[in-house]
Design a protein around this ligand. Structure first.
Ligand code: SAM
Length: 217
């Protein structure tokens, strides 16, 4: 069982090959509420340039692009499998130039300075090797008054999920706020979302997520 947890944790971190494709589909369902809450917080508007880090298979990109034809969306993910899936799923939007995906790590983005006014990321902070470098990279690509939206399952929820002992760095709400403040972001708002509880390995677990809305100082 522990071997299976380890393998699943590794797929969640970087979905790869056939199992990665299945993990991508599984995440769309399991993380649906979080992704929809993230998009609500991003509040996509005409002429926005939106960057998402770790979009998985890009299933929710349509929920952003369909809001206004002038919105431009870029997705960066360090999984080749997820980039391939996201490109297939969003082929029409790529063709008309509204969407582009790059194979890239969160701390080294192939993007110009100050080129996005909104950046968001859902369920990726657990895997950042160097959060300070990653936040610096976000600052580099964000416009001066750019907004950052981070959505996570907070530590008290994550700790009860068996796979998270394999390579997940977990944050409480307070720790995430502290990390942002220490790295030149102001926190504008936080929103704790309750989700229906889930059964995992015969145990009923509390589920929920946290949306943190920040802005460059
Ligand atoms: C747990 S999945 C979450 C996918 C989707 N955002 C969701 O919430 O359903 C993490 C995704 O982020 C990507 N990822 C993780 N760490 C990353 C990093 N440091 N740089 C770029 N992508 C990363 C993974 O490849 C994967 O597609």
């Amino acid at each position: 069982m522990e071997e299976q947890f380890k393998a699943f944790a590794s797929q969640l971190r970087r979905p790869t090959n056939e199992d990665g494709v299945k993990t991508g589909v599984h995440m769309n369902e399991g993380n649906k509420i979080m992704n929809l809450e993230a998009i609500k917080a991003v509040n996509p508007c005409a002429h926005d340039r939106i960057l998402e880090i770790g979009m998985g298979n890009g299933f929710f990109v349509k929920n952003i692009i369909s809001i206004d034809p002038t919105i431009v969306y870029t997705g960066c993910d360090f999984s080749e499998t997820m980039i391939e899936e996201a490109e297939k799923m969003n082929a029409e939007y790529i063709k008309i130039g509204s969407v582009v995906f790059y194979l890239a790590s969160a701390d080294k983005l192939p993007l110009k300075d100050h080129s996005y006014n909104k950046l968001f990321t859902v369920n990726t902070i657990y895997f950042w090797e160097n959060p300070v470098n990653t936040l610096n990279e976000f600052k580099r690509v964000l416009t001066k008054d750019g907004e950052l939206i981070i959505v996570v399952r907070p530590k008290h929820i994550m700790e009860n999920i068996p796979v998270t002992k394999y390579g997940f760095t977990m944050y409480s709400k307070e720790e995430l706020i502290e990390l942002l403040l220490a790295n030149n972001f102001d926190v504008l708002d936080t929103n704790e979302i309750e989700e229906p509880s889930r059964e995992v390995m015969g145990k009923i677990l509390e589920f929920g997520s946290l949306v943190v809305h920040a802005k460059q100082k």
